[in-house]
Design a protein around this ligand. Structure first.
Ligand code: AMP
Length: 418
């Protein structure tokens, strides 16, 4: 076949998809314990939501969005991230009236035109949680705690929480100026991308991965020396809160994140087992996002965790995904006359929550038994002329070879107990 999936997207096949279901089940339980309610949001939005929300001068908006005109000539974008859509939905439906909090989560595909590599795709999946309406540091601590708790329940090891503050519109201009001064002095050693960032977004130079830019960024003035009193106190209280909960974290003055909407807290959770794409989760506070998309003032803090990468790390670390789905029973017909009865029996078993597979070809009894053995089922149910006449089913244990003929009700009871 000459049609293949586009570059950077992948099919999640049955051998992997059950692991995703497990991760999402554990996530949903953890979200419920933290009182976060699930939302389902559209996969596409008006382009403006992201250009205004995420920020014009970000890599995402400048070069990574899937944007197109729809048939009504409206500019539409496949969502590159979930926070802007979540805040849009919360404002549109009045989910967070002044003085209250809304705790929301969602999961699903995001789309970015990035260079694909292991752990980086053009359609990837995020688990996203947002705590809206609370300006204080306890909400930041709650969000970090929620993400860490999901990873703890999944059994992930070797993770590192990295924390920073990116200031706010009151203190950032001063910091920006200090950075510009520093980077201007080393202009000739910056990479072409960072030269472009000088004017538009000098903070982004701080997390450039090029060696020279990295060395210059290491020497750059620290954001911690430029925070206003409010941001400094907030940052301090977030750290104290994390310590109270017993979380280990690192401060990294170069952590800035790729989205413009962050204010104050920014954090990432890194895995020692992921290579270059080592972030499993990123988040922080975004007190001005709601206003930048035309809403009222609404503080928020949240995170996005990469589902593809979570599963990748769990596989590498040999974490458990619970029980893999497996057919319990394989139903076979001893001769063609019993075929119709096998479908009735399989359906009855399924209605009673026994997972059953029924041979769907017109194969010989021997071939059906062979298929039953290969299916991984623990039991075979056999229907032949004798069983039909006596209204019984022969149940065979594929491991021990033991078999017995039973009435249907007894059979179902026996299988339900297994
Ligand atoms: P971000 O929205 O860029 O802060 O990313 C949050 C998390 O989503 C990251 O920590 C990754 O785990 C995941 N992620 C981001 N971009 C990709 C991608 N292109 N492919 C796979 N996972 C991604």
């Amino acid at each position: 076949m000459d049609i293949k999936a586009p570059r950077g997207v992948r099919d999640i096949l049955p051998e992997e998809s059950w692991k995703w279901s497990y991760v999402l089940k554990v996530t949903a339980e953890t979200m419920a314990d933290f009182n976060y309610a699930e939302m389902h949001l559209p996969l596409f939005e008006h382009t403006e939501l992201f250009s205004r929300g995420v920020g014009e001068a970000t890599d995402i908006v400048e070069k990574e969005m899937y944007t197109f005109l729809d048939r009504g000539s409206r500019s539409i974008t496949l969502r590159p991230e979930a926070t802007a859509g979540m805040v849009r939905a919360a404002l549109e439906h009045g989910l967070c009236s002044p003085g209250t909090a809304a705790r929301l989560w969602c999961w699903g595909p995001m789309f970015r035109y990035e260079r694909p590599q292991k752990g980086r795709y053009r359609q990837f999946y995020q688990i996203d949680a947002e705590c809206l309406g609370l300006p204080g540091p306890m909400a930041d601590v709650e969000i970090v705690a929620l993400s860490v708790e999901i990873f703890r329940r999944l059994g992930l090891k070797n993770l590192e929480v990295v924390l920073n503050s990116v200031g706010c519109p009151a203190c950032r201009p001063l910091y920006r100026r200090a950075l510009l001064e520093h980077f201007s002095r080393h202009k000739e050693r910056l990479c072409a991308t960072c030269l472009g960032r000088m004017e538009r977004n000098p903070l982004r130079i701080l997390d450039c991965k090029q060696t020279d830019c990295g060395l210059i960024a290491d020497e750059a003035p620290s954001v911690h020396d430029h925070l206003c009193d409010e941001c400094r106190d907030h940052f301090q209280e977030v750290q104290e809160g994390l310590e109270r909960l017993g979380f280990a974290y690192h401060l990294d003055k170069r952590l800035v994140r790729g989205l413009d909407y962050y204010t104050k807290t920014a954090y990432e959770i890194l895995s020692g087992d992921l290579g270059a794409q080592n972030a499993v989760c990123g988040g922080g506070r975004y007190d001005n996002l709601a206003e930048s998309i035309g809403g009222p003032s609404l503080p928020g803090v949240g995170f996005a965790a990469g589902l593809d990468r979570i599963v990748l790390v769990m596989e590498q670390q040999g974490c458990s995904f619970g029980r893999s789905p497996q057919t319990q029973v394989y139903v076979v017909a001893q001769d063609p006359e019993a075929r119709a009865a096998t479908q009735v029996l399989a359906h009855e078993l399924r209605r009673n929550r026994v997972s059953a597979e029924q041979d769907s070809g017109n194969r010989s009894f021997k071939a059906q038994m062979k298929a039953a053995g290969a299916s991984g089922a623990a039991w075979v149910c056999i229907l032949g002329p004798e069983e039909l006449q006596k209204d019984l089913v022969t149940l065979k244990n594929l491991e021990t070879g033991e078999q017995a003929s039973l009435p249907k009700a007894e059979l179902i009871e026996r299988l339900r107990q297994n």
